[in-house]
Design a protein around this ligand. Structure first.
Ligand code: BGC
Length: 751
């Protein structure tokens, strides 16, 4: 199945439209097809880097014809699409998108690449760029370390730049409200603060390469089922306190050049023509200065979209209806879209290009292969991220870390003899060395099902050179149990394949639960290693001694898993999402449906829901063990700066170095749930070492959204501040009394 047929419902319009970039858009004719080079461009006043991005954009737009402005606001698919669409010659082959430059004015092209784990190649492309993949976005969030997110972003942004791209379509921050959402692996988990801080840090890292990154998919795009037409119904205050707050925090932390509006409808209106989302919330309330680009095929109108606040239509060629371009030209001529609005659209895109260095640091090349030395350095970065992301969920009898002297290991399942699983869809990064387990259906969209060629089994053998290691596929539970019976340890690799355009089951597919039960019954020394996109059901958890969540660990994932299993790295990941005990614990136990989805749980997403309903999950949000032990204490909480100022200390009370996350939750009244995460800090500590954290809680996390007053309100009264190592472990609590406070919708830190 090709990508387009799965992706979009929009009908093909008349064959009369030549679906080629050059043929379709007459207004491009004024623009030379050759890529712009700032160095070769005449000295225009907007090329002066001493001027502000606003001034430069304003000067450039003043010099542009309307046809040139229309070039800027219209993006093409970067890949040939069957016989219907031939990508522009100047697009990067196999890429997500291309917006032609305007050489007359020294305006560079926008070369767009997916996505959050690295430089992806579109599935239909003849030649794949082989690049470094980070662990999934959810995995990076599980590090609870914004510096790690930044480092990963800086690395993939560097590869984007080295590959000839200046716009990266990364920055997924939709809240994990529906654990079966097939794209949760691209996002930052279930808490707005954690997701916002982590995804924002990654965006900042990407943009440190003088390229633009996006934040996406705006908004409430929390399931893939019927994503093109599905309608997310959510009450405004609840949205402001949950999904929208995650975007708001991510924008403040990352300052992205762009935001991508999503496929779905929100409260009845498509996100890319939603004046409330795109103008009221994003511009008026949040003061966003970048531009809004549509997801590929998410534009549904010309006049409504442009007037609602969409600045750039995307992916024409993959989508078959050109809403901007000629139709926008006609709408401006008729006055349905004002000249001022077209100018504003062009200005916002150019401003982001100036602000993020696209003019002053032009892209100079686009090689298909990257130098081996760079890839080696980048492998270290992705490996470190993966190692830090892994969550030691269970470790009975200290079965882990494994000894390098272990004599026999049986490895079961997950193609662990070959590689590690990746998430699929437009964000799929193709690795150097190709698919380690090719040919597993689906081999086309939304696949391929990809295994990165970094074998956990080979890495385990390197750690335990004298061990006899046997691999069995796990397809036959009885055979797996027989093989496991006599081994010193049995490692079962269980996988959940996830990707774009479909939702998933929380029960492991292909009878993997049965295999785990069989192996655990045969050998008490059983450790399960999960490679999943997000939470799954773990009905066998009591039967196994060890459990490690390795997520989708990226192109160095096999080494990272072995390093954690053998204690070369002390695990320090914490769950960014709750693992339910059963589906009936979810706000909506039935599968994601088509049409309307009412999020009646409102802002009580994830652990907040479990707290509000008094449910005991299998593993709580924030959970994560270590090979050492920590003492969390010394909590202080006082009113200050219009919020609560907290401090606490963490001491490593064990025998090996390790890292711990101190999580500060706050309990207030009249909230969607008993408590909210107010902040966190991760410390690396040598044995016996203590470090102290001090920060102020973002006051919006103490407030509720006042619909009538259009503002945040902190109620006067007593708040309980809780220090813990997860949402369900409390080390200490302190009470604080706050005076009432009102924050305008436009409130931001530092203003
Ligand atoms: C996805 C986006 C992606 C775009 C370009 C869409 O299908 O939803 O996340 O950036 O394609 O490939």
């Amino acid at each position: 199945m090709n990508r387009r047929s799965r992706l979009l419902a929009a009908p093909l319009i008349g064959a009369a439209i030549a679906l080629t970039a050059a043929g379709f858009a007459p207004f491009v004719s004024g623009a030379d097809a050759a890529p712009a080079r700032a160095a070769a461009a005449p000295a225009h006043p907007w090329m002066n880097p001493k001027l502000s991005p606003d001034k430069r954009a304003q000067l450039a737009v003043a010099a542009m014809t309307n046809d040139e402005k229309l070039v800027l606001v219209f993006g093409y698919f970067g890949t040939d699409f069957g016989t219907r669409f031939k990508a522009h010659a100047e697009a990067r082959a196999g890429s997500a998108g291309y917006v032609p430059g305007i050489p007359r004015l020294g305006i560079p092209a926008q070369w767009e690449t997916d996505a959050g784990v690295g430089v992806a190649t579109q599935g239909g492309a003849a030649h794949k760029r082989e690049r470094t993949a980070l662990p999934s976005g959810l995995a990076t969030t599980a590090t609870w370390n914004p510096d790690t997110a930044f480092a990963g972003g800086a690395m993939i942004g560097r590869e984007a730049r080295m590959s000839g791209f200046n716009v990266m379509l990364a920055g997924g921050v939709d809240l994990l409200r529906e654990p079966r959402n097939g794209r949760n692996f691209e996002y930052g988990g279930e808490d707005p603060w954690l997701a916002g801080v982590m995804v924002g840090s990654q965006v900042k890292g990407i943009q440190s390469n003088n390229i633009i990154s996006t934040i996406k998919h705006y908004a409430v795009n929390d399931q893939e089922t019927d994503r093109g037409e599905g309608n997310s119904i959510i009450e405004e205050s609840a949205a402001r306190q949950s999904d929208l707050l995650a975007f708001q925090f991510a924008i403040e932390a990352g300052n992205p050049g762009s935001i991508m509006c999503s496929y779905n409808k929100v409260n009845g209106t498509h996100a890319c023509e939603h004046p409330w989302l795109l103008t009221q919330v994003l511009r008026t309330d949040w003061g966003f200065k970048g531009y809004v680009m549509a997801d590929w095929g998410a534009t549904h109108s010309t006049v409504a979209a442009a007037n609602a606040g969409l600045e750039q239509d995307s992916g024409f060629g993959l989508s078959s209806t050109p809403y901007f371009g000629e139709p926008l030209k006609a709408a401006v001529a008729k006055g349905e879209v004002s000249q001022a609005r077209l100018d504003q659209m062009a200005t916002r895109i150019l401003r982001a290009m100036f602000a993020n260095g696209l003019f002053d640091h032009p892209i100079t090349e686009a090689p298909l292969d990257l130098p081996a030395a760079d890839l080696a350095k980048h492998a270290d970065i992705t490996r470190a991220d993966a190692e830090e992301s892994m969550v030691l969920m269970k470790n009975d009898g200290a079965i882990l870390p494994l000894s390098p002297d272990v004599k026999s290991i049986v490895i079961v399942g997950g193609h662990a003899d070959k590689g590690v699983l990746a998430g699929s869809g437009s964000s799929l990064v193709y690795p150097v060395g190709g698919n380690a387990a090719p040919g597993i259906a689906p081999t086309g969209w939304p696949g391929p099902r990809m295994y990165y060629p970094n074998s956990p089994m080979a890495a385990i053998q390197r750690q335990a050179p004298n061990a006899k290691i046997t691999y069995v596929s796990g397809d036959d539970p009885a055979a797996a149990a027989r093989a496991a019976r006599k081994a010193d340890v049995a490692l079962v690799f269980a996988t959940q394949w996830v990707g774009e355009a479909f939702d998933v089951s929380l029960t492991l597919a292909d009878n993997q639960d049965t295999t785990i039960w069989a192996v655990a019954a045969a050998n008490p020394k059983t450790v399960v290693v999960l490679e999943t996109g997000g939470p799954v059901l773990t009905p066998w958890a009591d039967e196994v001694e060890g459990l490690v969540e390795a997520w989708l660990p990226g192109t160095a994932g096999g080494d990272a898993i072995a390093n954690v299993l053998f204690g070369k790295v002390n695990p320090s990941g914490h769950l960014p999402a709750t693992f339910p005990k059963s589906l009936d614990q979810l706000p909506k136990p039935s599968e994601p449906n088509k049409g309307d989805t009412t999020y009646s749980e409102g802002a009580a997403v994830g652990y907040k829901w479990y707290d509000a309903k008094g449910l005991e999950p299998a593993f709580p949000f924030g959970w994560g063990l270590s090979y050492t032990s920590f003492d969390l204490g010394g909590l202080t909480a006082k009113p200050g700066n219009g919020t609560i100022m907290v401090s606490f200390s963490i001491t490593n009370t064990g025998k090996v170095a390790g890292a711990e996350v101190g999580q500060v939750y706050v309990s207030g009244t009249g909230w969607e749930a008993p408590k909210r995460l107010g902040g966190f800090e991760k410390f690396y500590l040598k044995p016996g070492e203590t470090k102290t954290a001090r920060f102020g809680i973002d006051p919006r996390l103490l407030a509720t959204w006042d619909l009538a007053g259009h503002c945040w309100r902190i109620a006067g009264g007593t708040y309980t501040v809780i220090l813990g190592a997860s949402a369900r472990e409390t080390s200490q609590t302190v009470q604080v009394t706050l005076k009432p406070r009102t924050l305008p919708a436009t409130w931001r830190p530092g203003r």
